[in-house]
Design a protein around this ligand. Structure first.
Ligand SMILES: Cc1cc2nc3c(=O)[nH]c(=O)nc-3n(C[C@H](O)[C@H](O)[C@H](O)COP(=O)(O)OP(=O)(O)OC[C@H]3O[C@@H](n4cnc5c(N)ncnc54)[C@H](O)[C@@H]3O)c2cc1C
Ligand SMILES: NC(=O)c1ccc[n+]([C@@H]2O[C@H](COP(=O)([O-])OP(=O)(O)OC[C@H]3O[C@@H](n4cnc5c(N)ncnc54)[C@H](OP(=O)(O)O)[C@@H]3O)[C@@H](O)[C@H]2O)c1
Length: 494
């Protein structure tokens, strides 16, 4: 039977009345009569990063009959745990063991190599499932919006991270590290990840899962100094203490902090909450304290350096005389209005030019709209939602970065995803989801087949995983990532 016809046949068996806007009481009693979906709901999740997997885990744990299918655009699972988390932070990646347990559940299926919005639409998923959870993260980078941003030598931190972590679309980035100085714009944890990878002695990365291609480029790197530039002050940095400590202790490097930037900080930090106070104290000690003799000797011998520049907002990327690539960055000097986290950077009218051969913009990630049928707030870069319920679309939910914006660590994403799952289960219990049986993955698989899409199952991924581990073993690494989707499909015989 032709897939579309099959799909249509099943559709005709579904109730004619679709649920109206959520929680409208007149129809509530009607939906409560139907118990099929409550007994064995078919749910799908779009995206297999932490949000997707934690949402699935919570649904499976709290509903004994729920079937959860995860659709993922990449042929491989785990989102930013694979393509974002730094290769020298292997302990963070241990969450994949929990995700693997979830994926191996009899009631869970993973379908990689399926780009929702392109290979299958959200309305098609809504027709096949009782509920759809969008957990597709934030795939773009936030642009600086300054002249010269498009010049060669200017990269988004997102692309640079994708490159060293083997994200297929960035595998050919090959950044030119043939320069003495790099400038990173933004002072978040991604900025510190990028600075650390640029400055870590390559032999320390050899035993990580960084791609061999990235390691080759880093071995040839001429970068000696990395400036990490923030538009606000030391009390407003977005990175956290553990990551700062790693920078301070980075072998072969020394910190460049101007004590003048820290004048008066000692008094203001007494007022701030404890995590911020401890972070600021560490910054202050590093900037103005006397290192003990051993540390002073280590710093004196260091061939590379990293520094923090404050109250500097990017104004223009300066070109080389022939206009062909970036030669520096013009920074607007700012002053702070208001205090603490709320302080705003206001330009003073003065500028400063900082020469450099590489500019990495690390001012945040950004979600995109996945499907014209799904509400999207382009300004906030999120799907408008109330506690994970997509506004005005019953049966549609969201979790993770696409729900609350591109901030928060894996633990924050977990809490947030559990919350979305709770709302979904509440709606299910209240009879607010579409009633009657739904075909679930059978209908979607048929559609994908008809469109020539070859989904990658979790057991397929386990074969790719074994191949990566085996290639890595030969090089003494935990894995050598496959970076070409075509090669992955070839290895799977499809
Ligand atoms: C560079 C970087 C390093 C980080 N390091 C750490 C760290 O060390 N520790 C920590 O706790 N947190 C870290 N974080 C934060 C953490 O990664 C996030 O909190 C978390 O990944 C957000 O989860 P998510 O599922 O919302 O998004 P993601 O992890 O981005 O997952 C979204 C998934 O959806 C998929 N997708 C996108 N579009 C589609 C589509 N159209 N169809 C199907 N699938 C789609 C994507 O391919 C991806 O797999 C880091 C973040 C970044 C950017
Ligand atoms: N090791 C880890 O745990 C780890 C590693 C990586 C990422 N993460 C997490 O992932 C999330 C995303 O990290 P992120 O670093 O991308 O984002 P982030 O923490 O939001 O930091 C963004 C930085 O960019 C600056 N910025 C934003 N817009 C700017 C502009 N127009 N001009 C100049 N500067 C601008 C911000 O300054 P303002 O404050 O002035 O806006 C801030 O310093 C964070 O929650 C982070 O903790 C965690």
């Amino acid at each position: 039977m032709a897939p579309r016809f099959w799909f249509w046949c099943h559709r005709s068996a579904w109730p004619r009345i679709r649920p109206p806007l959520a929680r409208h009481t007149p129809t509530l009693r009607f939906y409560q009569q139907f118990s099929t979906q409550e007994k064995a709901p078919q749910i799908c999740v779009v995206g297999s990063g932490p949000a997707g997997f934690y949402t699935a885990q919570h649904l499976l744990k709290h509903h004994p009959q729920a079937q959860v299918d995860i659709y993922e655009k990449q042929p491989v699972p785990f989102g930013l745990v694979r393509f974002g988390v730094a290769p020298d932070h292997p302990e963070v990646k241990n969450v994949v063991h929990t995700f693997t347990q979830t994926a191996r559940s009899d009631r869970c299926a993973f379908w990689g190599n399926v780009s929702v919005g392109r290979d299958v639409t959200v309305p098609e998923l809504q027709e096949a499932y009782h509920a759809v959870v969008l957990s597709y993260g934030a795939e773009d980078h936030r642009a600086l919006g300054v002249p010269g941003e498009e010049l060669p030598g200017v990269l988004s931190a997102r692309a640079f991270v994708g490159w060293y972590n083997g994200l297929p679309e960035n595998r050919e980035l090959m950044p030119d590290l043939n320069c003495d100085t790099a400038v990173i714009l933004g002072q978040g944890n991604v900025a510190l990840d990028v600075a650390r990878i640029l400055l870590t002695p390559p032999e320390h990365l050899e035993k990580t899962d960084i791609t061999e291609a990235a390691l080759g480029v880093l071995r040839q790197s001429q970068v000696k100094t990395v400036w990490i530039v923030g538009r606000r002050g030391p009390l407003q940095v977005a990175f956290t203490i553990k990551e700062l400590r790693e920078m301070i202790q980075l072998p072969g490097t020394r910190p460049l902090l101007d004590p003048k930037d820290f004048l008066g900080l000692q008094d203001s930090i007494k007022e701030v909450p404890r995590p911020r106070r401890r972070l600021s104290e560490l910054l202050l000690r590093t900037a103005v304290g006397q290192p003990h003799a051993e540390e002073a000797a280590r710093r004196a011998l260091a061939a590379r350096a990293w520094g923090l520049r404050f109250c500097r907002s990017p104004q223009q990327v300066l070109p080389t005389p022939d206009g062909r690539r970036a030669a520096g960055i013009r920074l607007a000097i700012t002053r702070l209005e208001d205090v603490g986290e709320a302080a705003r950077a206001v330009p003073t009218g003065d500028t400063e030019d900082l020469p450099c051969g590489l500019v990495l913009s690390s001012v945040g990630y950004k979600s995109r709209s996945i499907d014209p049928s799904v509400p999207f707030d382009p300004k906030l870069g999120i799907i408008p939602n109330t506690e994970g319920r997509v506004v005005e679309v019953p049966g549609l939910y969201c979790s993770g970065w696409v729900k609350r914006g591109p901030v928060g660590v894996i633990a924050t994403t977990m809490t947030d995803s559990f919350l979305t799952s709770q709302q979904l289960l509440q709606d299910l219990k209240a009879g607010l989801l579409p009633s009657g049986p739904r075909p679930g993955s059978a209908a979607i698989q048929a559609l994908l087949r008809s469109r020539g899409v070859r989904p990658v199952s979790f057991s397929d991924w386990e074969k790719l995983d074994a191949e990566e581990v085996s290639r890595g073993r030969r090089a003494g690494k935990p894995r050598e990532k496959l970076v070409d989707p075509q090669e992955m499909l070839r290895l799977l015989g499809g």
